[in-house]
Design a binder for this molecule. Structure first.
Ligand SMILES: *Cc1c(COP(=O)(O)O)cnc(C)c1O
Length: 432
């Protein structure tokens, strides 16, 4: 399978190049050249395949021509060392819990798969690989955890001082080993600027291979199709299925649409956002107006210019009507989100995190609008204990913190403080 860039249809690269480059040289995003269907026997089989079997089947479609079967099996096994969990919380109402990975957010799927694939493609390289990640929280820890302990790789995390939660800072600064945390005197945009500048610097490029691991890498999307396909398979008797996806950069929704294209029996999608509603607004008005993001309680979705929008456009051939035919947009305020957390807890005895609550609301609105109550699935993208304060405010209860998060809180933080000045960052990287 070859991959093309959303900016230049003539550019074609292998999976290896697409994964190692992240962003295409023309600044476009890589997309698979074709979306073949999964074998029909796979969907018709009377027994539901395991999550591992589903993942392997989907991975084969995208990587099978380049990665030999045995290697692919090992890759999937090592990356997917945890599973999504489908939980029925009401009549025809399911949540797909995606937070059972090491850092308790769905980003673990993408980050672990990207790490496994990157280290596989570079297995014979002598040069050190540096993974530079600017993070405002969840992405950094998922990427660090994915690359942790891999030979010949260093992860350099940049996060804005005072702008991430205490738990997030612990997750970023207590890994040790090949993970280095830099606390930047500045905001997230400064971190991102430093990373971009490093990629352009000839001296730094000479010294080591560098990659960015951010959400535009195609390797992060592929595993997100694994669980969409698998959930649809498990629930296929309950068609029509509606999947509601809490969205920020729209990688999760893009991967879910890809899952449908390769054959998963999903009827409709909901693009659910907080007040950063650029895509729902596009769906209703036809105008795409990126703008600075606004802070909300579902902060992992505080995105003003969603990076995967170009891929979504590509999937619908820039046809707004076609996109509207499959995706329903819905945006919600913080008050509505907190109220939904309370209602779901009271009515279903289920504790949502703020992101999951936005997706639940999206599903509710879609059902009310369409009058069509098939089976609904909303994605739960973070463990509620990562947003303990908001959960407590909504439900009056403190969510139980999983052991693997508790352990981290007891560890000693280690980070290096740097200014937002490129010269200092460069000096640091040169001395590494
Ligand atoms: C990143 C993130 C999202 C948004 O996912 P996108 O793929 O960027 O749309 C939603 N919820 C949580 C908890 C996240 O960390």
């Amino acid at each position: 399978m070859l991959y093309y860039s959303t900016n230049g249809k003539n550019l074609r690269v292998s999976a290896r190049e697409a994964v190692l480059q992240g962003l295409a040289p023309d600044n476009g995003l890589y997309m698979p050249q074709e979306l073949k269907k999964l074998p029909s026997g796979f969907f018709n089989s009377s027994s539901v395949p395991t999550f591992y079997e589903t993942s392997l089947e989907v991975a084969r479609l995208f990587l099978g021509e380049e990665v030999p079967e045995q290697d692919l099996c090992e890759l999937v096994i090592s990356a997917m060392n945890f599973e999504p969990k489908l939980v029925e919380i009401g009549p025809n109402l399911y949540t797909l819990e995606l937070f059972h990975g090491p850092t308790l957010a769905f980003k673990d799927f993408g980050a672990r798969f990207l790490a496994a694939l990157t280290s596989y493609f570079l297995r014979d390289s002598e040069k050190e690989l540096r993974v530079l990640v600017a993070t405002s929280g969840d992405t950094g820890s998922a990427v660090a955890s994915g690359f942790f302990g891999l030979p010949n790789i260093k992860v350099i995390l940049l996060y804005p001082a005072g702008k991430v939660s205490e738990i997030q800072e612990k997750q970023l600064t207590t890994m040790g080993g090949n993970v280095i945390a830099l606390k930047v005197d500045g905001v997230f945009d400064d971190c991102q600027r430093l990373v971009k500048q490093a990629f352009l610097d000839p001296d730094l490029r000479e010294k080591a291979d560098m990659t960015s691991a951010n959400s535009i890498n195609i390797a992060r999307l592929i595993p997100q199709a694994f669980y969409a396909v698998h959930a649809a398979l498990v629930l296929k008797e309950l068609e029509p299925l509606v999947f509601s996806v809490p969205s920020g950069n729209f990688g999760n929704l893009t991967a879910s649409v890809i899952a449908k294209r390769i054959g998963a029996p999903i009827g409709h999608f909901v693009a659910a956002t907080n007040v950063n509603d650029v895509v729902p607004e596009y769906l209703s008005s036809g105008e795409f107006r990126p703008r600075p993001s606004v802070q909300t309680v579902s902060n992992a979705m505080d995105v003003g210019n969603p990076s995967n929008f170009a891929r979504l456009q590509e999937l619908y051939s820039n046809d707004l009507t076609a996109m509207r035919g499959e995706i329903f947009g819905a945006a919600f305020s913080d008050d509505e989100t907190v109220d939904a957390m309370k209602r779901v807890h009271n009515e279903c005895r289920y504790m949502c995190d703020p992101h999951g609550a936005v997706a639940f609301l999206g599903l509710e609105r879609y059902w009310a609008k369409s009058g069509n109550k098939g089976c609904g699935v909303f994605y739960e993208t973070a463990h509620p204990s990562k947003f303990g304060e908001t959960v407590q405010m909504a439900t009056g209860l403190e969510p139980q913190m999983p052991e693997r998060l508790k352990v981290i809180l007891g560890r000693k933080s280690e980070s290096t403080r740097i200014s937002a000045d490129f010269a200092q960052f460069k000096e640091f990287l040169t001395a590494l």
